[in-house]
Design a protein around this ligand. Structure first.
Ligand SMILES: Nc1ncnc2c1ncn2[C@@H]1O[C@H](COP(=O)(O)OP(=O)(O)OP(=O)(O)O)[C@@H](O)[C@H]1O
Length: 253
């Protein structure tokens, strides 16, 4: 199944009293079913926080988050895990050093009482381009790119519809980044996933995303189609600055 995601007046404040920090004052956006939607913007603007709110890793937000029209708050944990999964930036930190790939992949299957573990694990490894023999490897026996493939396999094992990708390639070297982006692209085409992807890299947005939101200090300044990048067709000064700097870096201007 392919799903839409909508946030309506999403806001969150960390802390209380005089030190309280309102990180997201009021965020609303709609991601179409099967779309890859990017979140870009300055460091600390709240991009990862948006993903953590959608996944309920942070759950004290206000407003509404709807997946296919249904509030994530009303989804039991089991249903939420089967609907959405998150892939984190650091494949070194996100895998437990003492857990084999088999343990990483079989644990969710056991918790969710699914059958045919071996078959499902072999299929998901093949989906992410790793041989079945990797089931018996531990994280220290994998390269960075292979670890990120395992992290993606872990996200896919429960066959979710929505992947929340928090800078999934920024900890990898450039050639491996391209491999992982191509893998994510292929998986989306094959499975009809909806992606929400945080990235610092507008080249990644250009390669992967249909549309993207530019964030500045917790607010969305503008939502743009990917096609707006090459000609810097943004209206808000900050979006123009961000896209202009990226084009300059890439040597387009
Ligand atoms: N649990 C928390 N408690 C207090 N402040 C937090 C917490 N989580 C995030 N913040 C603050 O919220 C703001 C937004 O953080 P967030 O990680 O969402 O930014 P970001 O746009 O993803 O940044 P980056 O691009 O550097 O990863 C930052 O000022 C951060 O310090």
């Amino acid at each position: 199944m392919t799903v839409s995601v909508e946030t309506r007046n999403l806001s969150i404040t960390f802390g209380h009293g005089p030190t309280a920090l309102k990180v997201l004052p009021d965020i609303s956006f709609l991601v179409e079913p099967g779309e890859c939607f990017g979140l870009v913007g300055e460091s600390g603007s709240g991009k990862s926080t948006v993903l953590r709110c959608i996944s309920m890793l942070t759950d004290f937000w206000k407003g509404e988050i709807l997946i296919n029209g249904k509030s994530v708050r009303d989804m039991p944990l089991i249903e939420r895990c089967r609907t959405l999964q998150m892939v984190f930036q650091d494949p070194y930190g996100s895998l437990h050093p003492r857990q084999s790939v088999r343990t990483v992949l079989s644990e969710p299957l056991r918790i969710h009482k699914l059958t045919n573990h071996e078959e499902r694990m072999q299929k998901v490894l093949s989906d992410v381009g790793l041989p079945g023999s990797f089931l018996d490897r531990f994280p220290h026996q994998l390269s960075g790119g292979q670890r990120q493939r395992v992290a993606i396999a872990r996200a896919l094992i429960l066959e979710p519809s929505l992947l929340l990708l928090d800078e999934p390639t920024s900890a990898l070297d450039v050639s491996v980044q391209a491999e992982i982006l191509n893998l994510l692209q292929r998986l989306r085409e094959e499975h009809g996933f909806t992606y929400i992807m945080v990235t610092h890299d507008l080249a990644v947005v250009d390669h992967m995303c249909d549309r993207f939101a530019v964030m500045l200090r917790g607010e969305i300044t503008e939502i743009l189609p990917r096609e707006a990048i090459p000609g810097c067709e943004a209206v808000h000064p900050y979006s123009r600055e961000l896209i202009g700097a990226s084009l300059e870096y890439e040597g387009h201007v």
